[in-house]
Design a protein around this ligand. Structure first.
Ligand code: SF4
Length: 360
């Protein structure tokens, strides 16, 4: 069968962010004991990055005199470490997937609403796990015969944002490509997908791109790829390999959805561009996530981004409690309903084949 896939208008801004190159790379002794850690060492050395071999397994020298300095120093630091034994006891991650595992923790981008604030403790450096082969092997015991088990790899990192340094996402995609009943899911705000297009994924990996209305992406998502570049990346991931793409199942994570002024217009513009980028048949899903924060994440975000224009006013929010007694501030019910009804209706009419997996 030949596919007639229209090309798309290239006259728009397609800027990508510069690839993140850390100013400091440290390896712990335990990481260097791992064969995969040695591979990472070679890879980073070939990139001419300044590498320190630490004497102990504790990472030091990432704290500055205040939180801003600590943030700046940590965000320029890549540490290659081994994931602790607790990483081998997987935790569920509903509604996104059955289980989460981590190939790294931390992210080089600067989103002012960052999901990692308050969920990862300590300075926000990027830690890459040198025992990834054991971590992947460990996921196998969570598979169940006769059932498909899904694994989320991007709870604590943006795996594509560091892929040029690690290759750990490709390693994961290859692993899940060999597992009949297991599926990998990951999400990114970066666009350098070329190195993933020819991997033997076997249709077992769903690559998702996080998108948002243009003013939100421009104002709040520092260091990430432009919305247009992300749309191009999504197109490449989905195009059949015979057409130079990756032939992956794909997804859009629309997050965090916010009722900015003229939100109907801005979200419609985004959906127009998405339709243009995906003007061929593809296996597409949507995940729809509204903005929320906790007292803890607000504290951390205000230390990292003291001048943020992000709306973190609790008095304009509804409160939701989780089963452990924690508090989340979510959009007020009326706004939530208006957004939900508008966005889900628009997406259903524009992408009738695509499943909307959840709204939260
Ligand atoms: Fe945080 Fe995700 Fe932005 Fe990275 S891309 S800074 S993890 S919100």
């Amino acid at each position: 069968m030949t596919l007639d896939i229209p090309t798309i208008d290239k006259k728009v801004d397609t800027r990508s962010p510069r690839l993140w190159m850390p100013k400091r790379v440290v390896f712990t002794p335990k990481a260097l004991d791992e064969p995969y850690g040695q591979q990472l060492y070679q890879r980073l050395e070939n990139l001419d990055l300044p590498i320190e071999k630490l004497k102990s397994n504790r990472i030091t020298g990432v704290r500055g005199e205040n939180e801003r300095q600590t943030y700046a120093t940590a965000k320029r630091t890549l540490a290659v470490v081994t994931a602790p034994p607790s990483a081998f006891k997987l935790r569920p991650i509903p509604p996104s997937a059955d289980w989460q595992y981590h190939l790294a923790e931390g992210c080089p981008a600067h989103c002012q609403y960052c999901y990692l604030a308050g969920s990862l403790s300590g300075p926000p450096l990027v830690r890459v796990f040198a025992n990834l082969p054991s971590i992947l092997e460990n996921t196998v015991q969570y598979e169940q015969p006769g059932k498909t088990t899904s694994y989320e790899a991007s709870c604590y990192t943006d795996p594509l944002g560091i892929e040029h340094l690690t290759g750990s996402l490709a390693e994961s995609i290859r692993h899940f490509g060999t597992r009949e009943n297991a599926r990998l899911r990951w999400v990114t705000k970066y666009d350098q997908v070329d190195q993933l297009l020819n991997l033997p994924h076997n249709g077992h990996t769903r690559c998702r791109i996080s998108l948002n209305a243009e003013p939100i992406a421009r104002r709040l998502e520092g260091g990430t790829a432009s919305v247009h570049a992300r749309l191009q990346a999504l197109r490449k991931l989905a195009l059949p390999q015979t057409h130079g793409g990756g032939g992956y199942p794909i997804g859009v994570v629309l997050a965090p959805i916010m009722p900015i002024p003229d939100w109907q217009k801005h979200y419609c513009e985004l959906f127009d561009r998405l339709e243009e980028a995906l003007n061929f048949d593809c296996n597409l899903t949507f995940e729809l996530i509204t903005h929320r924060f906790t007292p803890g994440s607000k504290d951390v975000l205000l230390q990292w981004y003291p001048n943020t224009s992000l709306d973190l006013d609790e008095t304009r929010r509804d409160t939701k409690r989780n089963k452990f007694g924690g508090t989340k501030f979510i959009l007020p019910k009326r706004e939530m309903q208006a957004l939900r009804s508008f966005i889900t209706t628009e997406l259903s009419s524009r992408f009738p084949q695509a499943k909307q997996l959840y709204w939260t």
